[in-house]
Structure formats: structure tokens, C-alpha cells
Design a protein around this ligand. Sequence first.
Ligand code: NAD
Ligand code: ZN
Ligand code: ZN
Length: 340
Amino acid sequence: MKAAVVRAFGEPLVIEERPDPEPGVGQVRIRVEASGLCHTDIHAAHGDWPIRPNPPFVPGHEGVGVVEELGEGVTHLKVGERVAVPWLGWACGRCEHCLSGWETLCDRQVNTGYGCDGGHAEKMLAWADFAQRVPHGISALEAAPLTCAGVTTYKALKVAQVRPAQLVAVSGIGGLGHLAVQYAKIAGAQVAAIDVTDDKLELAAELGADLVIDARKDDVGEVLRRYGGAHAALALAVNDAAFEAVNAGLRRGGRLVMVALRAHGTVRVPIFDTVLNGTSVIGSIVGTRQDLAEVFQLHAAGRTRVICETRPLSAVNESIDEVLRGQVKARIVFDLGAGR
Ligand code: NAD
Ligand code: ZN
Ligand code: ZN
């Protein structure tokens, strides 16, 4: 099987021929049909974060495909079923976080495409308990971006405790942001979409944003305050200044939800405004299996649109460049046989 491999941080990925991986106890082997390229894969390949993966490794945590072999002890999945393999590849199931519905905070978690090989390959392994069944009617190409971009923004809006009629600012209309706009609309909010490219701002309007703000020329905080300030802001742009800009646009009691993970990113939060205005800054990391099940349900019910463009896996390095240049409409998905 072919896999896109990070051999060294900051170097181009290499397409390698590898033997098919053998599923261990509790695992399944999947024939990957589609694998979304999340900006996190780029951080992984660059070794951007304080906790780094160990090269060589295969990135990708939006892998979707068909189960082709069951490891020992797997009883609830069948060969031939379509599943998605998210960032939360495994969690212990026993710690205080796992037991309180916060498996995404498990200390012992294993992350797909980071702590173990991921979806940018023709075959991959997954722990069966964390592989999510994809409902009938959702194609592999659509399921892929929902598996990280979808679940992450869906969860971030839950964390933000958004209620109908509130104003939600979505900063960064990329893979994550194009879905965030739609979930905020589903939650009943008014949505202000912020980006730095015309295409993304047009896309946000097309997906239902009530207001678009061009961060290249507008003062984001000032525009949001003109509308009374945002009740919640999702920081999805890989840019520290963009976090500060939306934070400045919160209304009293508003919540800034940090999601993007720029390397060594640091944000200045003014103490006086935060205290006097009673605002909060909250981190949000992906979502649980239940969150992903809900994301799939919404899509199966026709309530979300996934915007993606396909590439062959052999174009992995060019695709990374396209994302970094902001040239992708929303999400690139590697097509590994989705049409079969
Ligand atoms: P992306 O590259 O597809 O989207 C980023 C968007 O931000 C682009 O549309 C870009 O034009 C826009 N942007 C750039 N500068 C901006 C600015 N100054 N103001 C407003 N918008 C600006 O990336 P993505 O795949 O959507 O991921 C975004 C970030 O979220 C990455 O850092 C990724 O690692 C992180 N992420 C976090 C989680 C989590 O659980 N917290 C999950 C997935 C991804
Ligand atoms: Zn991701
Ligand atoms: Zn745990």
C-alpha cells in the first residue's frame, strides 16, 4: 500500500510503498477511500507544537474508508462497513475525563496521524471503539472534512454555549470555518464571518453568514462592537493577531473560544477589559465520539454542506502549499478510491 510519510520535520512528505498493516487486538484495518487535509497535518509535518510526533509517521485524521479486516475481539463492526477515523484515535475510558464525557481531555489519548499512523494512505489501522460509523447517504468525500473540521467547530459552539439570536464571530473561513458558519446558523445565531481573502468571504456569505468582515481593511473589533459585540467568537485563523482582534469585538460576558493552534502562538488578553467586561477565554479541542455522531446526523439530514476539492495522494506536498497560500476554497480531500 502507498502512504504519505513525514520522514523529517519541515521536509516534503514522501510517498512510500509499505506492507498492509496488521490489526492488533481491538483494532480494524481500513481501506481508505478519502482523507481530508487539515491544517493540523501541516503543523504535524513541520513539528510546530511543544509535543511532537516521532518521524517517520503518516499524518491524516480525517480518514474515511471501508473496514476490511477485524482484529481480535472486535465484534461491533463488520467487514465492509464505512467508518471515519478522527484525531481521537484512542482514549483510556477510565480516567476522570473519559468518565465525565470529556474523553478529548484524556491524558493517555493517542492521536491519529500524530501518535500513530493516520489516514493519508491507502490502508490504515484504527481502534474499533473510536472508529465512527458513517451513516448511509454520506459519501466518503463528504464524511472526511466532517471528521475533524466538522466535529471541532460543532463542539466549539457547544463550548461557547451559543443560544439563538446571539451574535457569533467566526474568524477564519477555511476547512473549519466553513462548517462553523453553518453550525452557528443551525444554533440560531447571527453570524459574522472574518477572513483575509475575497473567495472565503464570498463562501461565508453563500453559506449563510449575515455579516462578512475583511480583516485586511476593517478593524474587526470595532465592526463587531458596532453590532453590540459578539456573544461568542471562534478563533480559527492561524494568526495571533486574529485572536486579539475578535477578542476586542466581544460584548460584555462574551466568550472567546481558541481553536487554531499556531506554532508558539501567544495572545495578549487585556486584564482590565477582561475583568470589567466579564469575558472568558476558553480552549476547545476536537470533539467526542458523540459529537461526531451528531455531526454526521446533521449532514445525513441535509442540514450542512461540505465544500471540498479532491486531489490524488501524490499531490500531498503541492496541496500543503495551496493551504498555506490560502488558495483552497475550504478543504482538500485526498481521493483514494472514493468513486469505487
Ligand atoms: P485553514 O488553513 O483551512 O483555514 C484558516 C483560515 O484562516 C483561512 O481561510 C485563512 O484565509 C484564514 N486567515 C488567515 N489569516 C487570517 C486573519 N488574520 N484573519 C482572519 N482569517 C485569517 O485551516 P483549518 O484546517 O481550518 O485549521 C485552522 C486551525 O485550527 C489550524 O491551526 C489547525 O491546526 C487548528 N485545528 C484545531 C483543532 C482543535 O481541536 N482545536 C482541530 C482542527 C484544527
Ligand atoms: Zn484536524
Ligand atoms: Zn482517559
